[in-house]
Structure formats: C-alpha cells, structure tokens
Design a protein around this ligand. Structure first.
Ligand code: KIV
Length: 272
C-alpha cells in the first residue's frame, strides 16, 4: 500500500514528478461522472483519468474506438465539477489526434477549454510525435500511453501482453524516452512484462503508471468499474477487485423489486 509522504492540497503534474523522486507511489483511477468522481477524489486518489474506457463501461461498446470528442468533454466536465484535489487527465479519443498535429491541438484545446481538465492523454510513441509536440507547445500537459494501447486493438488483434519480444520491447523503450524528451509529464504502461516496466521506470525521470505492468512502476491505475467489481466478465490477472458490486447491487435491486411488488416499500413511515 502506498503511504502519502507529503500532503498535496491539489495534485499537479509537478507533484507527480516529486512523488517519484520521493519514492511515493502514485494512485490513479478512472471516473466518468460527477458522483463517482466525488467519491474517488474524497478518497485521495492522486490522478483521476477520464478514460476513453467510458466507451466500454459507460456506453457498452466493445472497444474504445466509437467514443467521440463531444462525449469525452461531457464526461470530463461532469468529473471536473466534483474534483477538488486530484489531477484530472482526459483521454483524447481515437480519430481526434492521429491524422494531423493541428487537429490534435484543436482537440486538446477543446478538452481543456470546455471541460476544465488539467491534462490530456494520448496513445502511441514516435507515430504521434508531431501531435504531442504541438499540444505541449500550447502549454497543455500530456500523459503518454504505451504497451497495449486499446485504440490500436484491431492492429494487435487481441488484448494479450505486449512487448514480450525483444524488438517490440526495444521500440517501447525508445518511445518512452522520446515521450519524456518531448516533455510528457508521465506515461501509462499497459499490459507489458514487469521486468520491462522496471527497466523503463529506472531510465525515466518522469513517472510511469502501470495497468498490468507490474509492481515496479511509479504508480498504478485501474478502471473504477473493475476495482469495484461492477464488471464481472473481465478477469485479467492484473485486476484486484476490492468489492463485488455486480452481485451486491443486483441483490439490492432485486430486493427493491420484491418490496415494491409486495407493498413493503414504501412503508407508512416513508410517506407524507
Ligand atoms: O481509458 C482508460 O481507462 C485507460 C486506462 C486503462 C489507462 O486508458
């Protein structure tokens, strides 16, 4: 368990680098709406990611590809209204930054202006170098994302562990160094071997945040629905469920249905 060594009233990109320097692990979780973001922020999570995983867990799509920039801005502005402490990072969705750097900057500016977010996240390395540069030049903090990048799922063909082979691992290290050099403030490493995460985390002065990348990253991130057990068919090895809300919520709702049918609810005390 990570123990906070310094109180941060407001987490900034600078605080995250400081946490890495002080050996304090960074906690990051997703949130997509006001009520959940309020709980996550009150629990002192350092970074809230408005992930494009909203496409899966909020909208029920199979992949993250269908979610639009407008959808992301809607989710992000709901989260921002709840958050007092955490750094809020928003995914730029598929198709809004890959084609050209000017479009990438326009998308990032819309997210920052219309939602009030603090930073954006993009997937990829050298392929999106010019887009990352453009966004950073406008003063917008950028978080990178390497390894299993879900926006490229059709290129990979599966959600299996990435960079097990030497060539892909070497490219991943080069991409991580490049993102750091360009000025990214942190990098998510998704589903790669723990040894590779360790190596990259030691090489970089900016923090690495792992999801399925092992213990040696500078921080960890999970999708909130997975952590709470609201999803039940997704069972990767890296996932630790802290609750079983799928069952608990289902039981509570079934009980409500029974109570309504039997006229147990509302009781005389629950009416005016
Ligand atoms: O969209 C998302 O939730 C993410 C995390 C898996 C890092 O990108």
């Amino acid at each position: 368990m990570s123990i906070a060594k310094k109180e941060y009233k407001r987490v900034t990109v600078k605080s995250l680098v400081e946490m890495k320097q002080n050996g304090e692990k960074i906690s990051m979780l997703t949130a997509y709406d006001y009520s959940m973001a309020l709980i996550v922020d009150t629990a002192n999570v350092d970074v809230i990611l408005v992930g494009d995983s909203a496409s899966n867990v909020m909208a029920g799509h199979e992949t993250t590809l269908p979610i639009t920039l407008d959808h992301m801005i809607y989710h992000a502005s709901s989260v921002i209204r709840a958050v007092k402490r955490a750094l809020v990072v928003v995914d730029i969705p598929f198709g809004s930054y890959q084609s050209d750097p000017k479009e990438a900057l326009r998308s990032a500016i819309r997210i920052m202006k219309e939602s009030g977010a603090h930073a954006v996240k993009v997937e990829g390395g050298i392929e999106i170098k010019e887009s990352v540069k453009r966004i950073l030049n406008a003063g917008i903090p950028v978080m990178g994302h390497l390894g299993l990048t879900p926006q490229a799922i059709y290129k990979f063909g599966s959600y299996s562990v990435r960079a097990k082979e030497k060539e892909e691992a070497e490219k991943l290290i080069e991409d991580a160094l490049l993102l750091e050099k360009l000025g990214c403030f942190a990098i998510v490493l998704e589903k790669i071997p723990a040894e590779l995460t360790k190596k990259i985390s030691e090489k970089l002065s900016i923090p690495t945040i792992s999801i399925g990348g092992g213990r040696d990253a500078d921080g960890q991130v999970l999708v909130i629905h997975d952590l709470l057990g609201m999803t039940h068919e997704f069972n990767p090895r890296f996932l630790r469920r802290y609750m079983n809300l799928y069952e608990d919520m289902g039981n509570a709702i079934s009980q409500y249905v029974k109570d309504v049918k039997s006229m147990d609810f509302p009781s005389k005390e629950e009416q005016y």
